[in-house]
Every structure is written in structure tokens, then in C-alpha cells.
Design a protein around this ligand. Sequence first.
Ligand code: AMP
Length: 191
Amino acid sequence: MVWIFLGPPGAGKGTQAVLLAEHLGIPHVSTGELLRRAMRNGTELGKKAKSYMDAGDLVPDPLILELVREVLAGAKGCILDGFPRNIAQADVLGAILKGVGLSLTGVLRLDVPDEMLVARIAGRAREESRADDSEATVRNRLKVYAEQTAPLVEYYRRAGKLVDVNGEGSIREIQTRIREIAAEAAGGTKE
Ligand code: AMP
């Protein structure tokens, strides 16, 4: 199974994606995490990505696509979190999946009211002290989401892949909703 988590920063994608990946026994692929690790390890990729991430801008597609190609080579399925982030990435993802004999199961779009996003991001900034959770950067990340990533909602809706998930409630309640959707999809496709 290949699931994409889609939603603005603070929607809870990371938390829910990790739990679903554990439940299904497939890898959780977070491009943001992979980039943060590359930065910590001081790799070439990390150095190139740093200024974009610090500003809350998208890292250029060629860097991201190379990363995703490497991770998906040989994968039996995965939970994608934070990728794709724009239409060009989504187009390439389709080709990469085809190349490794996988198909997209669906796109889980987490619906969360704006006030809740801001509260969640502020909480995460306190707990994890992520460099890109400063106020100006968060504002830019929300803008980048609206301009570049939100069009993927229509893109995947038209492809019949979009599933809206109510993103309000406790972590456990939201995860239960998601697992029901995943179980239904698995039953329908016998994957
Ligand atoms: P995230 O942890 O998914 O919120 O990502 C943190 C930051 O990493 C983003 O603000 C971007 O700078 C960068 N990033 C993560 N995933 C992507 C992607 N698919 N395309 C471009 N930039 C990305």
C-alpha cells in the first residue's frame, strides 16, 4: 500500500503517519525528517537544503526527487509524509511508483481548523525547538502550503484518490478513523 498524508503544517500528519506505518508494517517516509537528518549529519544535501528550510520555503525539486527515488527503490509500500509538496513532485511520484511496480492507494487529507494549526505549531516549537517553527517561518510555510501544496487536493480528487479525514480530536481518535479507511481500502483491493 502507498498512502500519502496531505495537510498544512501542524495538521498532525507526522504523528498520524508514524502510527499508521507501524500499524501496517511499512516504512514511514518523511522528506522533512530525511532533510533534517541530512542537515544534522552535515551531508551535501543537508548543506544545500538548509537555507530553504530555515526560511520555510520548499527545497528545490531535483534534491527532493533524488532523495525519494533512493528511498522508494525496492520498497514494498510506504507512508509518504510531506511529499509530494507540489504538482511537479506529484507527477514524478506517479512515474517513480510505476517504475517500482507500486500504485498509489490513496491520499489522506487531514482537515483541521486554522486556529488549531497555529496552537499545534506553537506547542511543537516549545517541545522540539525546531528551527523552522519560528513565527515568521511558520507564516511562510502556511503561505507556501496554500500556494504550492493545496492544489494537490484537487489534483488527487480528480484522480479519485482523495480521502478527507476529520483531523479534530485526540491522536487516538484520528488514528482510528485513518485505520478504518486503510482497512477498507485493503479489503477493496485485496492488497
Ligand atoms: P516538514 O517536516 O514536512 O514540515 O518539512 C520541513 C521543511 O522541509 C519544509 O518546510 C521544506 O523546507 C522541506 N521539505 C520537506 N519536504 C519537502 C518536499 N517534498 N519538497 C520540498 N521541500 C520539502
